[in-house]
Design a protein around this ligand. Structure first.
Ligand code: PAF
Length: 317
């Protein structure tokens, strides 16, 4: 099997490093030429919960170098999914599968629309990673990966992907309901990501302060109301208890949205709390906390050039 990973962020590098342990041919596709050649040169160094180890990786900025692939993992930010699918079109052959484990809602739909429903493998992962610099990541947390197809069937290709993932140490199982999976992850991200990005706290601190605890609870309750109205079946019974448990289980994690804000980058807010706000309007369900979180994160994103560094003195007015 030939595997290509698109997007050399923290999670893309983590999965590339693990999958490099398999006997499959593996490529990392990066739209940045310099970054790709640097990774080619130095590989990926991992430190953290899986120990300190190094993986040699073939990386390129040119999709033609890869040729036809059997499995493509999309790990770009959700607002770049469309562009990534366009970029990988030369890699597609009849049975190529495209997998997304990205945060948020909407990625499977984008891939299905541009490349065909039968190619899509959706899912979620509870592995956690932080990008330290090019070719260097921290494996911040371990957890299972759950994958499935849009029609709930389990063709031979997906079973062999599960096997490959498990062999290299990425604990993986299958589900027949990837919509339920995506929403189960969405509710976790809706409770944690924006709030950490605004407060600049690691995940675990959110449940230690009355204010953040209450806001997290309200964001999760609103998101759960939407999921219920849409008859989504979540993979846990008590959403609030689950989100609080994820905060504790990933207590030292810098959430992906906080990582973006610290790097002054665009965030995935539109694909997370933004989805709740849009659906709230559509379904006539009030979601004021999610609306506030979206407004604040969007303000942060569009005001990087005015925001003061952490240790600056108070400016004279
Ligand atoms: O986006 C993230 O950072 C992760 O999905 C999660 C679960 C919030 C842990 O940090």
């Amino acid at each position: 099997m030939k595997i290509a990973i698109v997007g050399p962020g923290a999670m893309g590098c983590l999965f590339a490093a693990f999958l490099s342990k398999s006997k499959e041919e593996l490529w990392l596709l990066d739209k940045d030429k310099e970054n790709a050649s640097r990774i080619n040169e130095i590989g990926i160094s991992v430190e953290g919960v899986s120990g300190a180890w190094h993986a040699k990786i073939k990386a390129t900025a040119n999709a033609q170098d890869i040729g036809k692939a059997d499995l493509i993992l999309i790990f770009v930010k959700s607002f770049h999914t469309k562009q990534a699918v366009e970029q990988i079109k030369p890699l597609l052959q009849e049975n190529t599968k495209i997998m997304t484990l990205q945060n948020g809602i909407g990625n499977t739909e984008i891939i299905a629309e541009l490349a065909g429903e039968n190619r899509v493998i959706g899912g979620i992962t509870s592995e956690g990673a932080t990008l330290i610099e090019t070719g260097k990541i921290r494996h911040a947390g371990r957890g299972e990966t759950i994958i499935g197809t849009l029609d709930g069937k389990a063709p031979v290709e997906i079973r062999s992907i599960r096997e490959t993932f498990n062999k290299v140490g990425l604990e993986t199982r299958m589900s027949r309901d990837i919509k339920g999976l995506a929403w189960s992850k969405l509710i976790i991200n809706a409770g944690i990501n924006a709030l950490t990005a605004i407060t600049r706290l690691p995940n675990g601190k959110l449940t230690e302060f009355e204010g953040t605890k209450r806001i997290l609870r309200d964001a999760v309750t609103e998101a759960t109301r939407i999921a219920k109205r849409k008859r989504i079946k979540l993979i846990y019974d008590d959403p609030l208890a689950k989100v609080e448990a994820v905060c504790e289980g990933t207590s030292a994690n810098i959430s992906s949205m906080l990582q973006d804000v610290l790097k002054r980058k665009r965030t995935e807010i539109d694909f997370i709390n933004g989805v709740i706000v849009r659906l709230g309007q559509e379904l006539g369900i009030a979601v004021p906390t999610n609306k506030l979180l979206v407004d604040l994160v969007k303000t942060i994103e569009s005001s990087y050039k005015w925001s003061l560094p952490a240790k600056s003195s108070i400016p004279k007015v």
